[in-house]
Ligand binder design. Structure first.
Ligand SMILES: Cc1ncc(COP(=O)(O)O)c(C=O)c1O
Length: 375
């Protein structure tokens, strides 16, 4: 089997990640702040490693969640109040769009969605032109999960900071793919997921909440301590982490971060750039190909979308999986709006997404399969 669906979930995982999850499941369960200190210690270790990995100065402000969807819901619902205005963009995943549509459709917020250009980049000046006195939040994906395009987060952050508007950054596709230094962004909230380029298990992720920001707790429930209180204890990070945490997943995520640090982000980025370049060069040799991807030299996320004239993306995906055992993804990739900019709505695209474990000869095999399908 050839696996080219790493933008959905990376596979395979490093052996150390698999071992850490298995070891955790073999150990009698314990819940942080409840039965004993083992799980609490593991959680602290995971939080510290995540903070260090992103050069984030406040480990207590790393909130562990079940993934980026959970984290983004927590940030959006925890910061917005009625009558607020929010700016977001056409490149967003439904993990951003649906929570915002829900609030807009309730009449709670006003929403502006900024267009992007091909291959999925947003102009900062368009965000500037949409800022209003009521704007309370800007939400943007750092990297597109459809084209791999990276946004200019520094400029967007500085624009938002000038207006004292918090910036929520969805780094689901960029975390572990590009170097991210979060130290100088007090008005930013960073959402990450563990199961893509961070190489951790599904069901892990979280938020890094800048020091100028306080969210209203969104997920309410048991914390193991201060159980007499009717509201969430006002203790970071506890007030955001109600419920039983995914301790096997967090053990795996901790091991994944250790693994990433035994190499370097540049090592992973260079491999994905080389694979993306190889694929794009081969695709452009096929006259039927239409390519929708970040320029290969910038494609650190290793995400390449394309279509083949005369074929539906779903048919290509079906044949690749069932006749050639090649796993890619087709369709809208949960990011419907960007396809209006690409001209690929509603059928979407064929998406190949790499990890550093992929090999160049797998691309040659994909190309042979595509040529044989087209013939
Ligand atoms: C850009 C983007 N944001 C958010 C998500 C949701 O992440 P999770 O699966 O961790 O909830 C994804 C996953 O596909 C994504 O690609």
């Amino acid at each position: 089997m050839i696996y080219f669906n790493n933008a959905a979930t990376s596979f395979p995982k490093p052996a150390s990640v698999i071992r850490a999850v298995a070891e955790n499941l073999k150990t009698p369960p314990s819940n942080p702040h409840r039965e004993n200190v083992t799980a609490a210690h593991q959680q602290i270790q995971c939080r510290d490693k995540i903070a260090a990995f992103f050069n984030f100065p406040y480990p207590q402000r790393v909130i562990l969640c079940s993934g980026a969807t959970d984290a983004l819901n927590m940030a959006i619902n925890g910061i917005l109040k009625p009558q607020n205005h929010v700016i977001t963009t056409q490149i967003e995943h439904n993990a951003v769009l649906r929570p915002l549509y829900h609030l807009r459709d309730n009449g709670s917020i006003a929403l502006t969605i900024i267009d992007c250009c091909q291959p999925g980049r947003v102009y900062v000046k368009k965000i500037a032109a949409s800022i209003a006195p009521e704007t309370r939040l800007v939400v943007i994906g750092h990297a597109s999960n459809v084209t791999g395009a990276l946004q200019d987060i520094d400029s967007i952050y500085h624009l938002c900071a000038q207006h004292n508007i918090p910036l929520l950054i969805d780094m689901s596709q960029s975390a572990g793919a590009v170097a991210i230094d979060t130290a100088e962004f007090p008005l930013a909230i960073w959402a990450f997921t563990g199961h893509k380029s961070l190489l951790g298990p599904q069901g892990t992720g979280g938020l890094l909440i800048g020091e100028a920001i306080d969210l209203i707790p969104w997920r309410l429930g048991g914390t193991g301590i201060h159980s007499d209180l009717e509201s969430m204890p006002n203790i970071w990070p506890l007030k955001y982490e109600a419920g039983t945490p995914n301790t096997p997943g967090l053990a795996g995520l901790t091991a994944a971060i250790d693994y990433l640090q035994t190499h370097s982000i540049k090592y992973f980025a260079d491999k994905k750039v080389a694979l993306s370049r190889h694929l794009c060069e081969e695709l452009l040799k096929l006259p039927e190909t239409v390519l929708f991807a970040e320029a290969p030299d910038n494609n650190c996320c290793g995400v390449v979308s394309f279509n083949i004239n005369g074929w539906s993306p779903d048919d290509i995906g079906y044949i690749l999986q069932n006749s050639f055992d090649i796993r890619i993804r087709t369709g809208l990739h949960c990011a419907p709006l960007v396809h209006h900019a690409l001209g690929t709505f509603p059928q979407g695209t064929i998406r190949v997404s790499f990890s550093a474990f992929n090999q160049h000869d797998e691309i040659d095999e994909l190309m042979r399969a595509l040529q044989s399908i087209i013939k």
